[in-house]
Design a protein around this ligand. Structure first.
Ligand code: PLP
Length: 400
């Protein structure tokens, strides 16, 4: 797609289009990637998917399922074997009793987010969302008439969320709080106390916590993951979303899920039937293998990401005008440029003049226009080569 197509879509006065589509912003990511596609010798620090191939046992399980004729629809909630495996896996991981009726399998976490937000958002309802945040949440809320109450997080605080700020933002019209830890774009992991304080107050006030946990295995320095599922006494006010995309390097296989109370799952199942019907059948079998098979792949991947993160932090420290911090999870760093500098312009010039593609902070909300998202889901060699271009370029800039 080209820039002009974007323009046509957003400027068109053709009455066929639902005005709700205007809630979808021109995606900064696509603008950058489109421009990069027309250039030679681009180094991408823009990637939002794992760069390692999916493990062999998962590929084989998919092929076996196809050969065994597993090409039909599954049950609407998901393949029973995968629902069992997920309930079992989460039950053991967080030492709580979960049944397959607490789970729905979706087409990636994206569909789970879509179901959770569009099934609850309505005119007059408020949703608390950290800013910056993954770019899907706010538009999905707004498309359905809901209002986003953004809670800015700050780089000097490693983009940690202040639970008291979240609690103070809850009002009569608040329906849900959206959390994403580890975060895209900041890599920030919320400590257990933050999650507990928010979940407890939300349950008390009858507000849902919708927790996107797709990076729940990408945690560094031996930290254990504080999941919302581990911090709530019952499931009455939580929806926990995750997928195989990041953990098993299988984003194109499109298997995600949502865990909630049985009542919530029943409602979402009906909605799911009217959106995607069911998730991809052979890839649901791959998911069963991912959960029940060997987990060494994940450990190796975490080790490699740790190595890259550590080096990237050193390189950001060596780069004039960029201020970084040490993220604890995911595969992103979100360094800041000096106050008032437009990250969108810097990212465009950086791409044009050095061939290094990053993502401007404005893609993820209004509070971080002076930031750049840098992904380390690329080889160490690419990271080194990118900074060999970036450091001299930034040295020549005068942002005052
Ligand atoms: C925070 C977050 N949630 C959800 C997704 C989408 O995941 P999936 O591939 O499972 O749809 C992404 C992908 O980048 C993400 O970063």
């Amino acid at each position: 797609m080209t820039e002009s197509l974007d323009h046509d879509f957003y400027e068109s006065e053709d009455p066929i289009w639902n005005p709700a589509l205007l809630a979808i912003p021109v995606p900064g990511i696509r603008r950058m990637v489109n421009m990069a596609a027309e250039m030679d010798d681009v180094i991408h620090l823009s990637i939002g998917q794992p760069d390692m191939p999916a493990p062999d046992n998962i590929i084989e399980a998919t092929v076996d399922a196809l050969r065994a004729g597993q090409t039909g629809y599954t049950m609407d909630a998901g393949l029973p074997e995968l629902l069992d495996a997920l309930a079992d896996y989460y039950g053991k991981r967080y030492k709580r009793s979960l049944s397959p009726e607490n789970v729905i399998v979706t087409t990636g976490a994206t569909e789970a987010i879509y179901l959770a937000l569009t099934a609850t958002s309505a005119p007059g309802r408020e949703f608390i969302v950290p800013d910056p945040a993954f770019m899907l949440y706010a538009p999905l809320i707004r498309m359905n008439g809901g209002v986003v109450r953004a809670i800015p997080t700050r780089p000097e605080n490693n983009h940690q969320l202040d639970p008291q700020e979240v609690i103070d933002a809850i009002r009569m019209d608040t329906y849900a709080i959206v959390l994403n830890s580890p975060s895209n774009p900041t890599g920030t992991v919320y400590p257990r106390e933050t999650i507990e304080a928010i979940v407890e107050e939300a349950a008390y006030r009858g507000v849902y916590v919708i927790s996107d946990e797709v990076y729940d295995h990408l945690l560094y320095d031996g930290k254990t993951y504080p999941s919302v599922l581990n911090c709530c006494s019952d499931l009455d006010h939580v929806m926990v979303i995750s997928s195989f995309s990041k953990t098993y390097s299988m984003p194109g296989m499109r298997i995600g899920w949502l865990i909630a109370s049985q009542g919530a799952i029943k409602k979402l199942r009906r909605y799911h039937m009217f959106t995607t019907t069911v998730a991809n059948t052979p890839c649901q079998w791959a998911g069963v293998e991912a959960l029940r098979g060997d987990h060494r792949f994940v450990d190796d991947m975490v080790q490699e990401y740790t190595r890259r993160r550590n080096r990237l932090i050193e390189l950001i420290d060596e780069t004039p005008h960029l201020t970084g911090y040490k993220p604890d999870g995911a595969f992103y760093v979100f360094p800041s440029l000096p106050e008032g500098v437009n990250g969108g312009n810097v990212a465009l010039r950086l791409l044009r003049e050095t061939g290094v593609c990053t993502i401007p902070g404005e893609t993820f909300g209004n509070s971080s226009a002076n930031a750049l998202r840098i992904s380390y889901s690329t080889s160490m060699d690419n990271i080194e080569r990118a900074f060999e271009r970036m450091i001299p370029w930034f040295s020549k800039q005068d942002f005052s």
